[in-house]
Write a protein that binds this ligand. Structure first.
Ligand code: SAM
Length: 247
């Protein structure tokens, strides 16, 4: 639910829209049934349905739940806009693994046609995918999906992160694992810290882009000797990171 609809302290909740439809029509819920409600930010609780209307469900809180499913490190996945429905795969699987935010961006070799008119609709669909994946993974928070960023906007984000890595298959000096371990030793992966992980498009990043990214504060990292598909790379990066942090 939107945070304002289920704020901390409220002992009753009104569920509307798609979520109400899901409870009434899909789950065929009845008064007395218990469901878990989350505001996607800082509250999750078991609630019992007290009133079922045609389009609205009212429920009372019976038990607060600890927010245990969230990683302590926030990982922002920046993905150069891939072809077809690959972005959906990255968002769905990345949410299950634990990403906190998805930032699609344009880079020199982005091949997909970017249509600003279709943009809002597409971002809404991606946000919905993140919500559904977060629910199925029993996460407490729904990752945010940003609208498509320019290359320049992506570069400026490095300054907002405690660690910013750009995945580059030609990198032979730095593997992700030691980069993670070094960041942890420097206190950059402490609870609440932000990590930015950037992945290139099907055709990869240009040398020039890697240079610009490093100047902006990114560190170029390799994910190993094998070339991964663009939609695999972010998922591998996320998995390595949470493996190393134990989350
Ligand atoms: N066109 C490139 C080639 O054929 O060598 C491959 C690009 S790869 C399909 C797409 C993106 O995934 C890259 O831009 C990079 O960000 C990431 N990636 C794939 N394999 C990687 C690896 N072994 N190490 C680091 N990044 C990798």
């Amino acid at each position: 639910l939107p945070p304002g609809q289920f704020p901390a302290g409220a002992n009753q909740v009104t569920i509307e829209g798609d979520d109400a439809h899901h409870l009434i029509r899909v789950m065929r819920s009845e008064v007395g049934d218990k469901v878990i409600c989350s505001n996607g930010v800082d509250r999750e609780a078991v609630v019992r349905i007290t009133v079922l209307d045609k389009h609205e469900v009212t429920a009372e809180v019976v038990e607060e739940l600890a927010l245990t499913a969230e990683p302590s490190v926030q990982v922002w996945v920046a993905q150069s806009l891939p072809k077809g429905d690959k972005m959906e795969t990255v968002i769905q699987k990345g949410t299950e693994i634990g990403a906190a935010r998805f930032l699609p961006f344009l880079s020199e070799r982005t091949v997909v046609q970017y249509d600003a008119k279709k943009e809002a609709k597409r971002t809404d669909r991606w946000q919905k995918i993140a919500k559904e994946a977060a629910e199925q993974a029993h996460r407490n928070r729904v990752p945010q999906v940003d609208s498509v960023l320019s290359w320049k906007q992506l570069l400026s984000l490095a300054q907002e992160a405690d660690a910013a890595w750009i995945c580059y298959e030609k990198e032979d000096g730095q593997q992700l694992k030691p980069a993670i371990q070094a960041a942890a030793a420097e206190g950059k992966l402490a609870p609440g810290s932000r990590v930015l992980l950037a992945v290139g498009p099907e055709g990869g990043f240009t040398e020039q882009e890697i240079k610009q990214a490093e100047e902006a504060g990114f560190r170029s990292v390799s994910l190993g000797a094998r070339i991964l598909r663009t939609e695999t790379a972010a998922l591998v990066g996320l998995t390595c990171l949470f493996y190393e942090t134990g989350e």
